[in-house]
Design a protein around this ligand. Sequence first.
Ligand code: ATP
Ligand code: MG
Length: 230
Amino acid sequence: ALPSAQGHVRFDDVAFGYAGGRTILPAFDLDIPAGQTVALVGTTGAGKSTLAKLLSRFYDPTGGRITLDDVDLRDLDGRDLRRAIVMVTQEAYLFSGTVADNIALGRPDASLEEIKAAARAVGAEAFIESLPDGYDTDVNKRGGRVSAGQRQLVSFARAFLADPAVLILDEATASLDIPSERMIQDALQTLLADRTAIIIAHRLSTVAIADRVLVMEHGKVIEDDAPDAL
Ligand code: ATP
Ligand code: MG
């Protein structure tokens, strides 16, 4: 029902605390117009990942509501929600299986041509074709041959193929060599085009390409500005 999602995200007076714990978000408001790229930065424990998990519906708010295109997430069909909002985290870059399986994770119906087109779009094609069995390479067996930057590129290809209206990215903290860093930035630009994106950003270069930067502290936004204003 929602492949046509626009990607307008709103947190409306959202309150949240983990079961039995203290309040993490006391009263959170945020309006993200469709298509905007928001970089989320702030001290450890500020609530950035918690926000991402609420938007992916790992948890529901204890107060207030989160809407996608003015529909409460709780009123969306689970399958529609998972198509519309995709989260890429650094822990879950690759699963056991082939490179092609990994790219097609959210789109098991995808053809090899579509998988290759997604890899091409994010600049992952060259390294995949250099693997011993190309797209059929088992990432577990040859896991050692796939670098951190290459794993990120595969996860970007996966997200590109899934084509969600809203992308949430918890950026890897691991440092990359300069060519990989450059490749990741180029891939990001492609991936972010024409969708809403919330990036928990660890790289200055990522903050720079965002339309808007939110600085969080203790579950609240303490700064909300364009990157060049910070
Ligand atoms: P970081 O930059 O370190 O990733 P963050 O801004 O993403 O930090 P969160 O992971 O959202 O912060 O954590 C916010 C608060 O919620 C922290 O005090 C943390 O200890 C707590 N917290 C996070 N996950 C859980 C959980 N599953 N159960 C209980 N408390 C949690
Ligand atoms: Mg976090």
